[in-house]
Each structure stands twice: as C-alpha cells, then as structure tokens.
Design a protein around this ligand. Sequence first.
Ligand SMILES: [Ca+2]
Ligand SMILES: [Ca+2]
Ligand SMILES: [Ca+2]
Ligand SMILES: [Ca+2]
Length: 265
Amino acid sequence: MLQDGGVRPGQHREEQKAAAALYQFTVLEDTAPGSVIGRLRAHDPDIGENAVMSYSILDGDAGDTFSVMSDPAGQDGILRIEKPLDFESRRSFTFRVEVMNTVIDPQYIRRGPFKDITTVRVTVGDVNETPLFSQNPYTLSVLENQPPGTLVGVVQARDPDLQSSSISYAIETVSNPEELFTINADDGTLRTNVVLDREIKKEHGITVTARETDSPSQVSQVGVMIQVLDLNDNPPTLAEIYKPHVCDNAQAGQSSLVMYKEQKS
Ligand SMILES: [Ca+2]
Ligand SMILES: [Ca+2]
Ligand SMILES: [Ca+2]
Ligand SMILES: [Ca+2]
C-alpha cells in the first residue's frame, strides 16, 4: 500500500492509507521535461516478484503531463514531468495514482485488492520568463532600389508572464554593421536605411532583441532573414566572344594572350 516515509510498520492499514492520502509537490514552470519531481513511497512486506509494483496515473490529462515509474532499485514510484509546464495557463494538477502488484497469486486473491490509490497534487511555481517572439526565425522581404525608410516588416514579442511588461526592440549592432536597417523600439517595425541592390547582396541576416522594459535583464533574440527582391534594373548585354590573337611565331605551349601583350609592348 502507499504510505509516506513517516509511517511505522505495524500501524493500522487505515492509518497508513490516511497518511498517504495526499502527496504534494511544487515545481517551477521552467523545469525541463524528463526531470524527477518527487517520489511516491509504497510499502509491500513481500519480497522479490511478489513485491514488484506498477504505478499508473488514473486521470488522463495529468497522465499526459506526468509519469510515475517504479524505481527498479526499490518500491518507490518516481514522479516525472513529461511535458513543459506553464504557470500562466495552469497552476496546479491533482490526480490519482494507483499502485498494484504485478504478480498476484490466485491463492491469496481474497486478501486483496493488491493495489492502493493515492492522490498527488503538483503546484506549478511562477518563473519570470523572457519575451516570446511571434515567429522564430522571421523571413521578410523587400524590393531592391527602394528609398531609405521603406517598410520591410514587423517583428513582435510579448512577455508571457501575468504581470506582463512592455517590450523594447533593437537590432544587434554586430548583425547590422553598415546600418542597412532600422527598427522602431516600441512597435518592432523594420525599415531599410539605405537603397538595397539585389545584385550586390540578395539576403541580409540580422538579429533582433526584445527586452522587457520593467526588467531589462529579461531579453530574447530572434534571427531575421531579409530577402531583397529583384527588379529588372539591368539591361541585357551579349557576352563578348573572345577572339584569341595568334601570332605567327607562337610556340607550342605559350599563351596567345601573353604573346599579344608582348607584341604590343
Ligand atoms: Ca509561463
Ligand atoms: Ca511565468
Ligand atoms: Ca517576463
Ligand atoms: Ca535587379
């Protein structure tokens, strides 16, 4: 049966169950999936396969978010997070966990049920999270040959916390050394700062930061790829056909171009 660590052997079954009626854990919302958040202590006085336990979460929605596996080194159930948590969308989970013996001897079936159920409550703790961009990365485009100040696009980030801070945007200077682009710090609007020529460079990668104005240490970055779209601004020219000037006295293995230059000098 499930019991907590403080229950002494020999205590009455009902007391043991009551002692284990509720397990409570608190875990921060940014805890990585796969992390162990606690243990459920089961006790079975039998040994070997007669004491082997299997745990299952009985409530489906929590069953997606958490898992309980029996500890191969003992009888405990190890409670893990399986999916990211989010304090802003759900602050606690309450679910039932069933533990049962995997091997049941039909001779003793009337002593059962060979299982027990406890309730687990997981409280999700808040973390101050960095801004979240609406896309990551962004791909934007702008026509070549447009005057400085032409709109390229808008990036947007929000503080996912309840006490949501406003955001200030900037372009990382190292990613924009020639200051080809500007950003509006308040609304994330990107504009050109020069006339772009697709035939010189057809793609520009810059890094934009979003900073919480209430707590400036909360910063996120995003990559923005800006494609320069083509205009037909170059007339066609036929490739010139190269006619080698061959000298009468050219020797085998000598370049005719070299010979031509030598004759001119
Ligand atoms: Ca969150
Ligand atoms: Ca938060
Ligand atoms: Ca925040
Ligand atoms: Ca062009």
